[in-house]
Design a protein around this ligand. Structure first.
Ligand code: MG
Length: 282
């Protein structure tokens, strides 16, 4: 296929259904690249990888990142996220590490050079046992990914930018990067995403284009609501301008989390139109 252009518009999508059907749906959105999410229960056998590889080749569709989600994760509110998401819950830490390595192998079988996940709420206290365990785990994932020439990207949102930056410096692995999601910064109330991009810029290797609002005031643990692109508080034009200013050239992966697939596809289609228009203006 033709090489991707700078800031090519892409889509964050989920595997777990038939590969040919999913690729056909993506192509109908008018995009030719994106990030593939792997649900926790999805089989990752060589046969499944071969199915996806041929469907993607047939559809001339480039996957730039393979994202891992894990069984048992729940994003209902901040305390639930802290209890269930990523590598923080101790009871599932070992099995999720194993799953992350399997996702890296699966991505390698597809020829994809980047893997990513939400690692969860990392404690700010660097001597906390969960901090130490997750830092060491992230190092092991990076080292495994490096053997496949992959980067490993952490999704932003669950901690303020300076905290994430400190964690990065502590992990100290060349192939560790950030998948920057501006809406998460707002929905988790962790800071203005444009200022965060300034702080984190040298580590940003991929982005989500997602929109959302701040958490409701006075409701303990509440998270903000996600909105279709352009209807939340991110300000897509300033986000794209900032990406351009920091020299980001990778895909703009539209993420829409609506449960209803009709709503999701409609909003992604509108998102593609919005980004096309804004990209022409910046
Ligand atoms: Mg995201």
């Amino acid at each position: 296929m033709q090489p991707l252009r700078d800031m090519e518009i892409g889509v964050m999508f989920w595997a777990g259904r038939g590969a040919i059907e999913v690729v056909r749906e993506l192509k109908a959105l008018g995009v030719r690249c994106g990030q593939m999410g792997i649900p926790g229960g999805m089989e990752l056998t060589p046969a499944v990888a071969a199915d996806w590889k041929s469907a993607l080749e047939l559809g001339q569709f480039a996957v730039v990142t393979v994202f891992a989600a894990f069984n048992g994760e729940d994003y209902a509110d901040a305390p639930t996220v802290a209890r269930t998401v990523g590598f923080i819950p101790e009871a599932t830490r070992a099995e999720r590490e194993e799953r992350m390595l399997a996702v890296s192998d699966f991505a390698a079988a597809l020829g994809v050079g980047s893997i990513a996940t939400h690692i969860g709420f990392v404690p700010e206290d660097e001597s906390h046992p969960d901090y130490v365990a997750v830092r060491d785990l992230v190092r092991r994932v990076c080292d495994h990914a490096a053997r496949h020439n992959q980067t490993f990207a952490l999704e932003t949102g669950q901690e303020p930018a300076p905290v994430l930056l400190r964690f990065f410096e502590d992990v100290a692995r060349e192939n560790l990067g950030i998948n920057f999601d501006p809406a998460n910064m707002i929905m988790y109330g962790t800071g203005d995403p444009i200022e965060a991009l300034d702080v984190l810029q040298k580590h940003v290797i991929s982005v989500h284009c997602k929109d959302g609002d701040w958490p409701a005031k006075g409701v303990e643990g509440a998270l903000g609501v996600e909105y279709p692109l352009g209807e939340g508080k991110v300000g897509m034009e300033r986000f794209l301008r900032k990406l351009k200013q920091i020299g980001y050239t990778g895909p703009l992966n539209i993420e829409r989390e609506a449960e209803d697939s009709f709503v999701r596809l409609r909003d992604i289609r509108l998102g593609v139109e919005l980004l096309e228009r804004l990209r022409g203006q910046i």
